[in-house]
Ligand binder design. Sequence first.
Ligand SMILES: [Zn+2]
Length: 310
Amino acid sequence: MVRETHLHPGALIYPLFICPGEGIRKEIGSMPGVFNLSIDEAIKEAEACASLGLGGLLLFGLPAQKDEEATGAWAEDGIVQQALRTIKQNKALDSLVAIADVCLCEYTPHGHCGVVKRDGDHYEIQNDSSVVLIAKTAASLAQAGADIVAPSDMMDGRVEAIRNALDAGGHEQIPIMSYASKFASAFYGPFREAADSAPQFGDRRSYQMDGANLREAMREIDQDIAEGADMLLMKPAMPYLDVIRAARERYDLPMGAYQVSGEYSMLHAAFARGWLEPERTMMESLLSIRRAGADFIVTYFAKEAAKVLG
Ligand SMILES: [Zn+2]
């Protein structure tokens, strides 16, 4: 009766990693229970998510080939575009919101989120040419059926460019969920195995945020809202609950948080040793993110948590 914070399956979003082929279900070593899935297998997973009452899916792609222009990200027959078309044809999946991640790192051989200019050992991320490809990617994903596009690249000016590209493509109604304050975090480690997107040189600190800076995070969010962001996605979650709380108090936009791969993996590592009680720990970790102020949570625990919630 007096409980202040609640979890419900409709506020949980499940990430899917789509790979080419058929009948493929390859477990990610550092993330027990999470798989690279070919489209046919991803549909089975999505059907399970729908029957558990989850709110939606967040789609990532592992293309057959990678190149400097990240062609696989924006091609009409890109792996996520194909998956979206298949999902949207399936009536059993109508209840799921299909959110498409928008980034280049899974589609470039160097694994950076933007276009890279190299000169010997020196390299630079090219912000503006990256934004052109990122906007093109978002429009292509909307065309394929994405309900929401979620840019995770952290380039400057991308939200406005995406809004313009969506509108020009007749997708004025498609919202942008911006990873407005994505911190450069060690907790993304296992994801890079899952999405095969580890940077081959350098790191992402020139475009992701310093974990020490909460006020700077608020400025980044201000900028994305000014450019037209419709929703916010905070990332990572547990090590940054204070940032989620600060954003909740400052902004009225719908806001989610991403319980990232490292948060999931470290809990699983402890479960495997019998050091933490799986169900209680999982639910407490999710409740803490809701209590901090997130409306919804992207989590690899989504299905397990929905089963507990019944
Ligand atoms: Zn990226």
